[in-house]
Design a protein around this ligand. Structure first.
Ligand code: G6P
Length: 592
């Protein structure tokens, strides 16, 4: 998703902006660009942009000499990736340059009006109206012009504006994230903290409606015309967290971090008080999330209903805003980044309706953590690869703990599951011994055009997540199915050699899963099973089996998912896919 950075200080802006941009690559993008206010008498704004990755931008950009600048990675929403559509965007005179994250929903009408007034608008983007509006309102004071321009904007935005006539940056935020990094005699702006973490740990998070005027020595923030103080926060993240540390890809590094992530999330959440669990008297619960976090939600639903008997439903953040929904009093919001626009909008809708929100997020300081009533932090550490792995496993651990803390849990079962949770890091570690065999199996998948994942009960969402991972990073069409549904349609697609990946957990669904496997085999499918280490009978019914360490069936999704992550990773690697930055996808989806 679009990434924004800005710099003002005494150093050359260009290398710093390029470095910060490359730290945002993980968000996913298709174009990049930079604008610098020249260090000469002209103070002209020099721009270099194109539909290229940051590496190419760095290589091809002429040296832009100046100490103030802005830069951007674009993820196309309005208009295809191209030089004209890439940011920064300029006004007619080239006096203002703007980078923007978000969507201006009324840009068509603004554009028509601006064209009537003589503005030459050359891109297909929603963003380009912003520099033209600033040009229209500018009477010698950039801050005032930006304030007037945003009064006519509808939609969401985080913008940074550079002006050739004023040695400052002006920022404004509504709906999209924006952070200011503070250091002596220099300031950094970013849509996402990891972009600037190599330069400073001291940050201010802007709130919706804020407008900031930033010089190398000062930050002045106003909201509704009043000056306002935003607290400085210390960010606990270091450079090593966002480096590959010897691994070929972030994804495999992050998969391998999972035993540590499980351990850290357990230890940290051991401090959870009952204040952070599900309310004692709730009659029903909703969970809101998107993507992989949604699948964590489905597993959470299963665990909560099984252990607490509280009816729970899970909805996509993107659906909540477009239908009438009857919310219970409490809603759990699961979001790795804490910035997914669909999730944040639903949170706001629910909060307006008086619903209490409990966020599970991996990013301290994220919007979700700031606007929710209560927050549980997962301890995955920064996740760079676009495909979520360790953050998903950490979300599961948080959901287990949240459930175990509930006063209605039977103490015996609580103790048994808590003890079993503590064994998961070692069991997860053992799964890495399977890697050579998983890689062999991945070789088979590389030849396939369609793959089916089947699971039952609590492992049905694991089938969905396994198929999502394969689609996302290996670009192979995959479907996740509740195994019992195979016979209601998908069997029509099964023919000789089509892979069916079956999760055969030791639970009450086991016999039914074996039946589904037989149905698939009878049609010539190539069945790859995931089964418990104590399962001695499945080997005869399938083509390949991966045995996972025994655990309580409610916790088995953790181990099964890790095997499927590795399968997707090795398949993508053998196919030569750009694993960490899959085409068209973004890590943090900040537009609805
Ligand atoms: C994007 C990412 C997914 C992620 C989803 C929800 O689509 O590529 O990996 O699961 O957003 O993100 P969130 O940060 O809300 O968990």
């Amino acid at each position: 998703m679009c990434g924004i950075v800005g710099y003002i200080g005494k150093r050359q802006a260009e290398p710093i902006l390029m470095d910060c941009l490359s730290r945002l690559e993980y968000r996913g993008y298709d174009s990049s660009g930079i604008a610098v206010r020249q260090n000469d008498n002209s103070n002209n704004i020099s721009v270099y942009k194109n539909a290229v990755r940051v590496e190419a931008l760095k290589e091809k950009s002429p040296h832009l000499n100046g100490n103030t600048g802005i830069a951007h990675t674009r993820w196309a929403t309005h208009g295809q990736p191209s030089l004209l559509n890439a940011h920064p965007h300029l006004d007619c005179s080239g006096r203002f340059a703007v980078v923007h994250n978000g969507i201006i929903t009324n840009y068509q009408e603004l554009k028509q009006q601006l064209i009537i007034e003589g503005h030459d608008i050359i891109s297909e983007t929603d963003t380009e109206v912003i520099p033209h509006l600033i040009e229209k309102y500018y009477k010698g004071n950039l801050e005032e012009a930006v304030k007037l321009a945003i009064t006519v904007l509808k939609g969401s935005y985080a913008i940074v504006v550079l002006c050739k006539d004023e040695p400052k940056l002006v920022v404004a935020k509504m709906g999209s994230p924006m952070v200011i990094g503070i250091s002596d005699c220099e300031k950094f702006i970013a849509s996402d903290t990891p972009a600037i973490i190599s330069y400073t740990n001291k940050v201010i998070y802007l709130e919706d409606g804020d407008v900031g005027v930033i010089t190398e020595n000062s930050i002045v923030i106003t909201k509704n015309g009043e000056e306002i103080r935003r607290e400085e926060k210390q960010v606990h993240m270091c450079k090593a967290d966002i480096q590959k540390n010897g691994y070929v890809h972030f994804m495999i590094k992050e998969i391998h971090e999972q035993p540590r992530v499980i351990r850290d999330t357990i230890v940290d959440n051991a401090l959870l008080t009952t204040k952070l669990t599900i309310g004692k008297d709730v009659q029903s619960l909703s969970i809101i999330a998107c993507g992989t976090s949604y699948y964590a939600g489905l597993i959470g639903e299963y665990v909560i209903e099984e252990l607490l008997g509280i009816p729970t439903n899970v909805s996509f953040g993107s659906e909540v805003n477009h239908r009438r929904m009857i919310f219970p009093n409490e809603v759990i919001v699961i979001t790795q980044s804490g910035e997914t626009a669909d999730v944040l909008t639903s949170m706001k809708t629910m909060q307006k309706a008086g619903v209490k929100t409990l966020a599970i997020t991996n990013v301290p300081g994220s919007t979700a953590s700031r606007i929710s009533d209560r927050t549980i932090y997962t301890k995955a550490g920064p996740e760079v690869s676009v495909a979520a792995t360790k953050s998903f496993i950490a979300q599961l651990i948080a959901l287990y703990q949240l459930t175990l803390l509930h006063p209605s849990m039977s103490p015996g079962l609580r103790e048994q599951l808590a003890a079993e949770l503590n064994t998961l890091p070692a069991k997860a570690e053992k799964l890495f011994d399977l890697e050579p065999r998983i890689m062999e199996c991945a070789r088979y998948l590389t030849q396939c055009t369609d793959v089916f994942f089947i699971g039952r009960g609590i492992n049905y969402p694991v089938a969905l997540e396994g198929s999502l991972k394969l689609k996302e990073i290996a670009y192979i069409h995959a479907e996740g199915y509740a195994a019992g549904e195979l016979k209601h349609g998908p069997l029509a697609l099964l023919c000789a050699g089509v892979p069916v990946i079956a999760i055969a957990a030791q639970d009450s669904n086991y016999e039914a899963m074996v039946t589904s496997i037989k149905e698939a085999k009878a049609r010539g499918a190539y069945v790859i099973a995931l089964a418990d280490e104590n399962d001695k009978t499945i080997d005869d019914s399938v083509d390949v089996v991966f045995k996972v360490p025994h655990t309580h069936f409610l916790l088995s999704p953790v181990l099964h998912t890790i095997v499927l992550q590795l399968l997707a990773y090795f398949t993508a690697k053998l196919r030569g896919c750009p694993i960490d930055f899959p085409r068209n996808l973004a890590k943090s989806v900040t537009v609805e």
